[in-house]
Design a protein around this ligand. Structure first.
Ligand code: CP
Length: 306
């Protein structure tokens, strides 16, 4: 496949190859010289129509570690404000001999639209409420690194499932790799028919979800994507669905705590949990670079080139 638009399109073997390739790149990243020449003939544009800290820096670092040339484009500060379309913008950039496009956009399906109209390879770095495939891959990599496998592991995805592309990509990936998934949160933030559509459990009681799982992947309330108030207040959300140390201390096992970032401390996750040794949040961020190196390397067709 030429693009990475979503986890939905992948088969388990694709995911396995990406994760195994990422393991090799993680070893490279432990060396004093963290750079390989693999993509020195490739130019990549990071096209961000929506804000980002982790994903953008992670892709840029992954590209630099692979010796690719990189261009960073933000919609803000560009000629998008003068009315230039997405397609015109990308075609202009590609005419300068750019080979691959890493793209974040607030519109679900924007990278799929682009894939139909341009010759370059596209990596989806998050499209609206649809998918965030490299986040799910780095989450899976981080779970596999700690627990050895995804098969049979119990993962609770907690919070704003409705507006989360991280939740959707994680559900696709975890189910394909044989994990058990529960989505947990308030009924207003979990889409109807979730259980039937995605073969996941749905749990409205946070304590029960935490008692069940091996891993809690906690999500941010995405206020910017909500066009109506779906929870009375952030303080009440924290009281009912915030992941707290007292809840974790009462469990009979030590679960792993994950979060894709950015964290709203004191809302979905309390600081003493985010900063505890149960939390692998910064490991996720570290692993993101190796996972994105693997994705770019494989899409460039470099597998088997040594
Ligand atoms: N996890 C994630 O996508 O973070 P950013 O929005 O900062 O890239």
């Amino acid at each position: 496949t030429k693009h990475l638009l979503g986890i939905r399109d992948l088969v388990p073997q694709d995911i396995q190859i990406i994760l195994d390739t990422a393991t090799q790149f993680k070893e490279v990243l432990q060396r004093p010289i963290k750079k390989v020449p693999s993509l020195r003939d490739v130019t990549i544009v990071n096209l961000f129509y929506e804000n980002s800290t982790r994903t953008r820096i992670s892709f840029e670092l992954a590209e630099k570690r692979l010796s690719a040339d990189t261009i960073n484009f933000s919609a803000s500060g560009s000629s998008v404000s003068k009315g230039e379309t997405l397609l015109d913008t990308v075609n202009n950039i590609l005419s300068m001999k750019v080979d691959m496009v890493v793209m974040r956009h607030s519109a679900s399906g924007a990278p799929h639209f682009l894939a139909k109209h341009i010759p370059a390879a596209i990596v989806n770095a998050g499209d609206g409420i649809n998918e965030h495939p490299t986040q799910a891959l780095l989450d899976a990599f981080s779970i596999r690194e700690r627990l050895g496998t995804l098969e049979g592991k119990k993962i609770a995805i907690i919070g704003d499932i409705m507006h989360s592309r991280v939740a959707l990509s994680n559900i696709y990936l975890l189910k394909k790799m044989g994990a058990d998934v529960t989505v947990a949160g308030p009924p207003t933030l979990i889409p109807k028919h979730m259980a039937e559509s995605f073969d996941v459990r749905v749990e409205y009681d946070l304590k029960k979800a935490l008692e069940w799982c091996d891993v809690a992947n906690v999500l941010r309330i995405q206020l910017e994507r909500q066009n109506q108030v779906l929870f009375s207040s952030l303080r009440e959300y924290n009281l009912a669905y915030g992941v707290k140390k007292s809840l974790l201390d009462n469990l009979d096992k030590e679960i792993l705590v994950m979060h894709p970032g950015p964290i709203n401390r004191g809302v979905e996750l309390d600081s003493d949990v985010a900063d505890s040794k149960q939390s692998i949040i910064l490991n996720q961020v570290e692993n993101g670079v190796a996972v994105r190196m693997a994705v770019l390397y494989l899409l460039a067709g470099r597998r088997g080139e040594g």
